[in-house]
Design a protein. Structure first.
Length: 110
């Protein structure tokens, strides 16, 4: 009976959203840099754009984000902003080359 209560409690409190969380690759370079080549499936939100916080705030805070830029400075900045906005599952992959190695990606998408 205790186990059934626990299962029902978890189901009604939104625990199921954890199972639905996805991994998102976030490229925080400029749109021009992104169009020159990016890691497949990466979404682009430019951290230097004045609307960065507004655009990032639209993302699901329960998802897991892997963030990269060109050299690592902007990804560090983006991760800091996202932490301030309540995102908890963040990984700074650093620069593009470091991210490619970490993700075992050989070719970029244009």
């Amino acid at each position: 009976m205790k186990n059934l209560f626990l299962v029902l409690l978890l189901a009604f409190t939104g625990f199921h959203s954890w199972a639905e969380a996805k991994e998102v690759l976030l490229d925080v370079r400029t749109p021009e840099e992104y169009s020159e080549g990016h890691i497949p499936q990466a979404i682009n939100i430019d951290v230097k754009n004045q609307n960065f916080k507004t655009e990032v705030a639209k993302l699901d805070r329960e998802d897991s984000y892997k963030v990269y830029c060109r050299s690592g400075k902007r990804s560090q900045q983006a991760v800091g902003i996202m932490k301030d906005l309540g995102f908890k599952h963040l990984e700074n992959l650093g620069g593009l080359e470091e991210a490619k190695k970490a993700l075992k990606v050989e070719t970029l998408t244009k």
